[in-house]
Design a protein around this ligand. Structure first.
Ligand SMILES: [Zn+2]
Length: 392
């Protein structure tokens, strides 16, 4: 990787801004409005056009900013403003007051992922000074850590605005490696309501546990079917979409027909079509087989599936302008896959070319004494500095 020297002032500015961002305790359960307002001020002073897009509660907001002409085809620098909690973690120093020790910046969110946000915002005045012909956007979201809800809201806002950027760089911590793919993560809770009764008369009740077990065996069937559906060139590990039944609970005692049962399960799709397939097979199985049998005994019996989260994967694609750009900027000669999820799939779902590439290591994310190496921040600034050439 070629290293461009980053001016000392730029690095100091990014560090100072990162310190300010760490001081906002934006755990996902709290409001992120103060941090968003702070970023908005910085970006506006740099000459960006800033929009703050609130959620329906008014306590959270996404920020979407533009430098350059308001037109399609721009490049998005994307990051989430929320961080995971520090409860029950043993920290050497205050997690919400950034400290530099031995070339490392410590604090909650330094690597995941306020470091990237600070670097991007520190670059804003330089981008603005170029009077770019290709727009550059800043997209900072809420609630990524709890299910990418802000990212999904931002996708809707972009559709409403009728704006179609072409490229997104999602700055999750990859140690500045280029990531072109990760699986999706879809989590569900499926609840079965049957009819309780005495164990001696099974035909007079609707055994919720038995219906749940039949549902799990359908999941097992799908699980092996999905192996055969793995894309030929898949580099994922394992190469196919996986399904996991994480929990099955129901019933009270040996001699009672259980009236309630619940399954918690997830799938990690390598392609959106797999997820659609699983959902339609399960819907047909419930509607055509399980529910008619349950309701023949008890009309109120039912099966409800609650969506806990549906985070789309990032599917590796042959043509990817984001990958080409970032490979050129970093001198990397390839792109990898990672096992963790990001907002990248949401941007890909909008038709954009996307990579994940950001400073710091995922090893440090979510842990006590989370840190970002100053060297990583410097490499990120160098990459973003070279991005200038793509804007004019
Ligand atoms: Zn993150």
């Amino acid at each position: 990787m070629t290293i461009m020297t980053v001016s000392k002032t730029l690095l100091e500015e990014a560090k100072a801004l990162l310190g300010e961002l760490i001081a906002f305790e934006t755990v996902s359960s709290a409001s992120n409005l103060d941090m968003i307002a702070h970023l908005a001020r910085h970006l506006q002073e740099s000459g960006a056009d800033v929009e703050i897009l609130h959620d329906e509660t008014g306590t959270k907001a996404n920020l979407f900013a533009t430098i350059g002409p308001r037109k399609d085809g721009g490049i998005v620098l994307s990051g989430h403003s929320d961080v995971v909690p520090v409860l029950d973690q043993d920290w050497t120093s205050d997690p919400f007051r950034m400290e530099e020790r031995d070339g490392k910046l410590y604090g909650r969110g330094t690597c995941d992922m306020k470091g990237f946000i600070a670097a991007a915002v520190a670059m804003a005045p330089f981008y603005a000074a170029l009077n770019p012909t290709r727009p550059i956007h800043f997209a900072f979201t809420y609630d990524e850590e709890v299910g990418c809800f802000g990212g999904q809201a931002l996708a809707n806002s972009l559709k409403e605005l009728g704006l179609k950027p072409a490229v997104a760089i999602v700055g999750e911590p990859t140690s500045m490696r280029i990531i072109e793919g990760h699986k999706g993560c879809y989590e569900y809770t499926t609840r079965f309501t049957g009819l309780e009764g005495h164990g001696s008369g099974p035909e007079r009740g609707v055994n919720a546990v038995e219906y749940a077990v039949r549902y799990v065996s359908k999941l097992l069937e799908l699980k092996s079917e999905l192996q055969a559906r793995a894309p030929k060139e898949s580099r994922f590990d394992p190469p196919w979409t996986t399904i996991n039944t994480g929990s099955l609970v129901g019933g009270v005692a040996h001699n009672v027909i259980p009236g309630k049962a619940q399954i918690e399960w997830e799938m990690r799709p390598v392609q959106r079509s797999d997820a659609d397939h699983v959902k339609s097979v399960l819907a047909a199985f419930c509607d055509e087989e399980l529910l008619p049998q349950m309701r023949a005994v008890c009309p109120d019996a039912g099966i409800e599936t609650e969506i806990i989260g549906e985070v789309d994967g990032l599917e590796p694609v042959d043509q990817n302008e984001a990958r080409d750009i970032v490979m050129e900027l970093t001198g990397a000669n390839g792109a990898d896959l990672v096992p963790f999820g990001t907002e990248a799939g949401i941007f890909q779902g909008l038709g954009m070319n996307v990579v994940v590439c950001g400073p710091g290591s995922i090893e440090q994310a979510h842990k006590p004494d989370e840190f970002l190496e100053v060297e990583q921040l410097s490499q990120c600034l160098a990459m973003l500095g070279r991005l200038s050439h793509k804007l004019v």
